[in-house]
Design a protein around this ligand. Structure first.
Ligand SMILES: [Zn+2]
Length: 445
């Protein structure tokens, strides 16, 4: 089983400097490759990562753009993995883009990386690094201290070093033996989960959990720090006589205080990100640990994003991230994740009698079934309907769709009735873990 562990590093100032330069190299090579890719595409050729890399290798030690002030090729000071991996990442980014487009998911073509706006990271191949207790030995920098030892036994497949605010992390991809990756389930429940706006998640048991909103104190501090930084930016602009938009190609001088301000702001943003990630991990772990089957809706995220008011809530909650975590954690706990068809009207069916109410509005949080008189909380009702898909409790008496036992063990046969909704068992797949910035897919914080 492929798992990743992201470990905080304690680099020396020299090592930090190397990390920053290696990340800069990776970014610059990515931009070169992307520009070349686009150029070839517009001239009617079929770009190919391997060929591009060959072209780059031919010029990287001689082309004036890749020489330093003394005419020396500065790429020699950076380990090769940092400047060869961007080509593979770019090829993957393009194929991800086309795959998403084919499946009508939100798709973004690869974009140029801008210093300070993109993730700083670079790749190290597995044969170039060595773990020794609480240290890792990396090419060109030597021994770097780790904050914790690697959690998994198994073969290391690759690693990437990345920055978050002013901290550096090492993400290790490990092929863990099944036995060591398995976790113990504490209960055998079957739970339907409705993701929503008022509560982040509603369980079919009636329980509602909400993502922590960043505390008022944090938000206030965020405002203060942003204001401080923008004042310093204004001052930097004023000192060279710019009013309004900064023209392209102009670099503002970075004062010590501006750098400090930017760091403080970045740290705060990182903390808010950590709070959300922590909540999400605990939620998905709990669902997989306590249930043999978890049923969620395969949300039509694209349709929902078209609705501006819903868009923020969905983006905040991160439906894809929720599903991705459930997928790999279900495998570790030996539980099943089921996806209800996105056309399954989980919120429009009465969970008491099975009657369908198509004219239900989104703002009706509580409603009464005109057929049987049951009173429903919209979210709980939806969660119960999702749970029904797995239990099949109502199969005999109502028109509620039911997932046959066969469906949970991996086939689609014997389902009734398809008209209302169908259940697709989810294949356990591992996300991209390639050092392109997505490598900590399965990382545990
Ligand atoms: Zn009813």
């Amino acid at each position: 089983m492929l798992l990743a562990h992201r470990i905080r590093l304690d680099p020396t100032p020299d090592q930090r400097d190397y990390f920053a330069r290696a990340s800069g190299t990776a970014r610059r090579v990515w931009n070169w490759a992307l520009a070349e890719w686009q150029r070839q595409l517009s001239s009617g050729q079929r770009p190919n990562a391997m060929r591009l890399k060959k072209c780059f290798n031919a010029i990287k030690y001689t082309d004036p753009a890749w020489l330093d002030a003394n005419g020396q090729p500065w790429l020699r000071t950076i380990h090769r993995d940092a400047h060869s991996q961007p080509f593979a990442n770019l090829a993957k980014a393009w194929s991800r883009y086309f795959a998403a487009k084919r499946e009508h998911r939100p798709a973004h073509p690869p974009v140029f990386k801008k210093k300070g706006r993109c993730r700083d990271s670079f790749y190290v191949a597995n044969d170039k690094l060595r773990l020794e207790g609480m240290t890792v030995v990396l090419p060109k920098v030597g021994r770097v201290a780790l904050r914790e030892p690697l959690r998994w036994p198994g073969r290391i497949l690759g690693a990437s070093v990345s920055r978050e605010a002013d901290h550096w992390f090492l993400a290790l991809r490990v092929d863990v033996p099944e036995q060591a990756a398995r976790l113990h389930r504490t209960d055998d429940g079957i739970t339907g989960v409705d993701l929503g706006i008022s509560a982040t998640a509603t369980f079919s048991s009636g329980e509602k959990v909400s993502a922590p909103r960043p505390l008022k104190v944090t938000l206030r501090r965020l405002r203060i720090r942003s204001r401080r930084l923008s004042r310093k930016l204004k001052a930097a602009e004023a000192s060279i006589g710019i009013t309004g938009r900064v023209p392209k190609g102009i670099r503002l001088a970075a004062s010590k205080n501006r750098t400090k301000g930017a760091r403080a702001l970045a740290r705060l943003h990182a903390r808010i990100v950590h709070m959300r990630a922590d909540f999400m991990h605990k939620l998905t772990t709990r669902l997989c640990r306590e249930n043999q089957t978890v049923v969620i809706e395969d949300l039509n995220v694209r349709g929902m994003l078209a609705n501006a008011r819903l868009a923020r809530a969905i983006a905040d909650v991160g439906f894809y991230e929720f599903r991705r975590q459930l997928q790999y954690k279900a495998k570790r706990y030996g539980s099943t994740l089921m996806l209800a068809d996105r056309w399954y009207p989980s919120s429009k069916l009465c969970s008491a009698c099975g009657a369908r109410h198509d004219n239900l509005r989104l703002r009706e949080r509580v409603w009464t079934c005109v057929t049987c008189g049951a009173r429903h909380d919209r979210d709980i009702n939806a969660a119960i309907n999702l749970q029904r898909l797995a239990t099949g409790a109502f199969a005999a008496q109502s028109a509620l769709p039911v997932a046959s036992p066969a469906a949970t063990s991996g086939t689609l046969t014997g389902m009734v009735p398809v008209r209302v909704g169908k259940v697709t068992p989810v294949r356990h797949e591992y996300g991209q873990q390639d050092g392109s910035g997505q490598e900590e897919n399965d990382a545990h914080y």
